[in-house]
Design a protein around this ligand. Structure first.
Ligand code: ADP
Ligand code: MG
Length: 259
């Protein structure tokens, strides 16, 4: 049965999409069957997986409105080694359309149930908001991975997300838990980042992943080639960190979730 993880943080530009596509590629590299779901109308995770968001016949939008199944709307990215349920601007409209519909927050969960046996991991790239799209992701997921930069306001920003996750856990999805906090774009030479990193560990203990993703220009260059860094330049420091993180996710999945 597939384990489903949301990559979420309501802040923009914190590394959600980079984490999603590189974790997907890292897991695929070691033989895991992976589906990457893009829930952001910007479609960056789609493009960053080598799928052209403008020429997709079907997308996650059609799945949320129940005019297509996940299997119908998913494409395989040969270069990346994982399946992609893509998104484009059409998805921005789904938010309004869904409000009118029944089971509006459980649409993705219902749709993914049909492919549960086809994958080991489903990774959902969430938009930078706590919107109905993100809610669909959180209702569908077993766990949340939170990428974060070790900056001054990082801990404050976490409070809203943690509260939302608690509410979803209590009211909509008793399965849901924070799997871990991932420190990204990390620069150990910056004292403040070290301090915030220490605070994070003091606050959240074992919820902080051991893997740390360094700031690395190869990770930032890769999307312009339509590839995750892990595929574009596997030997880069950032890619190596994501490959180690994929291994940590496999282990945590076994121990914490008993899979
Ligand atoms: P989000 O999805 O949270 O908005 P992105 O993953 O798109 O964030 O990252 C924001 C920007 O930072 C992108 O330009 C991305 O290429 C860059 N970036 C992300 N992680 C790293 C990293 N570890 N090192 C260097 N640049 C990074
Ligand atoms: Mg993004």
């Amino acid at each position: 049965m597939a384990r489903i993880f949301c990559i979420a943080n309501q802040k923009g530009g914190v590394g959600k999409t980079t984490t999603t596509v590189n974790l997907a590629a890292g897991l695929a590299k070691v033989g895991q069957r992976v589906l990457m779901v893009d829930l952001d109308p910007q479609g960056n995770a789609t493009m960053g997986s080598g799928v052209d968001k403008r020429s997709m016949a079907l997308s996650v939008y059609d799945v949320l409105l129940e005019s297509a199944s996940v299997a119908e709307a998913t494409v395989f990215s040969e270069k990346c080694g994982y399946h992609v349920l893509g998104a484009n601007r059409e998805l921005a409209g789904a938010e309004l359309e869904l409000v009118e519909l029944e089971r509006r927050d459980k649409r993705l969960k219902t749709a993914l149930a049909a492919v549960a046996d086809d994958y080991d991991f489903v990774l959902i790239d969430c938009p930078p908001s706590l919107s109905l799209l993100t809610l669909n992701g959180l209702c569908a997921a077993n766990g949340v991975v939170v990428p974060m930069q070790c900056e001054y306001f990082a801990l404050e920003g976490l409070t809203d997300l943690v509260n939302t996750i608690k509410q979803v856990h209590a009211n909509l999805n008793p399965d849901l838990q924070i799997i871990g906090l991932l420190r990204v774009m990390f620069d150990p030479r910056i004292t403040l980042q070290q301090q915030v990193s220490d605070q994070l560990k003091a606050h959240f203990g074992g919820k902080v992943f051991n893997s740390v993703i360094p700031r690395n220009v190869r990770l930032a260059e890769a999307p312009s080639y339509g590839l995750p860094g892990v595929v574009f330049d596997p030997s880069a420091r950032g890619s190596q960190a994501f490959i180690a993180f994929a291994q940590e996710m496999i282990e945590r999945n076994r121990s914490v979730l008993g899979a």
